[in-house]
Write a protein that binds this ligand. Structure first.
Ligand code: DSN
Length: 421
């Protein structure tokens, strides 16, 4: 089935250059296996909401308290979106306006902190995110950063070490959540440590939001002052962010999103978020999230059997982190070799990384998008074998051609987007 949209067909007649580039991207998505852990495919309904008249509307403020007239329908949409977000995550309050995960995190920080305050987030090379205190990001520029990492031996967060580090550093906020951590996160432990050192606890749930929504990972909501998330990863919505918080913080969060960090909300994106949240509340979503995790486990088993080293030895969630340090192969070269064979992943730093973030010694591989496409455990076995073949012979053209052929055949069997899956 073609993933096209009437809007892109219209572009064919008025803007050929952009139309052709979109069509190229569409073909790329259809013909390869999308295994970047932070990407996913949205439903036709979620996409439909994006290409609507809502993009015309300014609606600064929040429902019922706007700075512009004509906001009755904007209010209706944003109220529905907020109600679905709070119901899905069992939170008191949701702000659904952040344009991205980074802006959701910025709002989370500045609701509680002043520039110069100390934050404690996971180090980028250990699996954290840029916005968790990296020196090249606003979080590392505005705040004093004391990072934590994972244990060298097994790649897991050591909660005793985390507690000791927090007692030493006395941060004003501890950030839980990660971009490349394949194991269950003990949000309750984070909450207890934060309370003990009198710090706020902000959880960045972005990667695993869909798993938490479907109860396939424990929720941080009872243990955090503020929970931020993107909407486009395992949650399978449009690109964007959400902030969830307890009732007592609702006003400060809303004020920090607007007017502090953002101007007008993107109402078409908020409508699309509402549709995606509605889908996540529907019964089929729990099954999707279960299959994401099941597929990741199967893929991990297939890779392990072929001698591929995984940080922490496996996965509890939607992603695996391949450690290539036992091979004469960088993450960058492995990413390129896999892309040539039709499998898209991203190079990733591994704990104890010695190469630059542009080269790296690891690969991050995720199952959210291929699971949306309908691939299951049997296909994960096959794909795991192909990935191992490429990692064993990254510069062998016949191997790349054989895998490319298999990928093309598999993609034809699982077209995008079949809403029945
Ligand atoms: N860039 C995202 C990821 O790939 O994890 C996080 O923002």
């Amino acid at each position: 089935m073609r993933a096209g949209h009437p809007a892109s067909d219209l572009l064919a007649t008025v803007d050929e250059a952009i139309h052709l580039a979109i069509e190229g991207e569409e073909k790329r998505q259809l013909g390869q296996l999308e295994m970047i852990a932070s990407e996913n495919f949205v439903s036709p309904s979620v996409r439909a909401a994006l290409a609507t008249v809502l993009t015309h509307k300014y609606a600064e403020g929040v429902p019922g308290r706007r700075y512009y007239g004509g906001c009755a329908f904007a209010d209706e949409i944003e109220d529905i979106c907020r109600a679905r977000a709070t119901r899905l995550f069992d939170a008191d309050h949701a702000n659904v306006q952040p344009h991205s995960g980074s802006q959701a995190n910025m709002a989370g920080y500045f609701a509680f902190l002043e520039p110069g305050d100390r934050i404690m987030g996971m180090d980028l090379s250990h699996g954290g995110h840029l916005t968790h205190g990296s020196p090249v990001n606003f979080s590392g520029r505005f705040f004093d950063v004391a990072s934590y990492g994972v244990r060298e031996g097994d790649g897991l967060i050591d909660y005793d070490e985390l507690r000791d580090a927090a007692l030493r550093a006395r941060p004003k906020m501890i950030v839980s959540g990660a971009s490349a951590y394949p194991r269950t996160i003990d949000f309750e432990a984070f909450g207890e440590i934060a309370r003990e050192v009198d710090a706020y606890h902000m959880c960045d749930l972005s990667h695993i939001a869909g798993l938490v929504a479907a109860s396939h990972h424990p929720s941080p909501v009872p243990h955090a002052d503020v929970v931020t998330t993107t909407t486009h990863k395992t949650l399978r919505g449009p690109r964007g962010g959400i902030v969830l918080c307890q009732a007592e913080h609702a006003r400060v969060i809303d004020r920090t999103v607007f007017p502090f960090t953002q101007g007008g909300p993107l109402m078409h994106v908020i409508a699309s978020k509402a549709v995606a949240l509605g889908e996540a509340l529907a019964p089929g979503f729990a099954d999707y999230a279960r299959r994401v995790v099941e597929n990741a486990r199967e893929l991990a088993a297939a890779l392990r059997e072929r001698g591929v080293r995984l940080v922490s030895g496996g996965t509890d969630n939607h992603l695996l982190l391949v450690d290539l340090r036992d091979r004469d192969l960088s993450g960058k070269d492995a990413e390129t070799a896999l892309e040539e064979a039709g499998i898209t992943v991203n190079k990733n730093t591994v704990p104890g990384e010695e190469r630059s973030p542009f080269v790296t010694s690891g690969l991050r591989i995720g199952t959210p998008a291929v699971t949306t496409r309908g691939l299951g455990r049997d296909e994960m076995r096959t794909v795991g074998g192909w990935i191992a073949d490429i990692l064993d012979r990254p510069h062998d053209a016949p191997t790349a051609r054989r895998v490319r052929g298999g990928v093309t055949e598999l993609c034809a069997r699982y077209p995008l987007f079949d809403p029945g899956r």
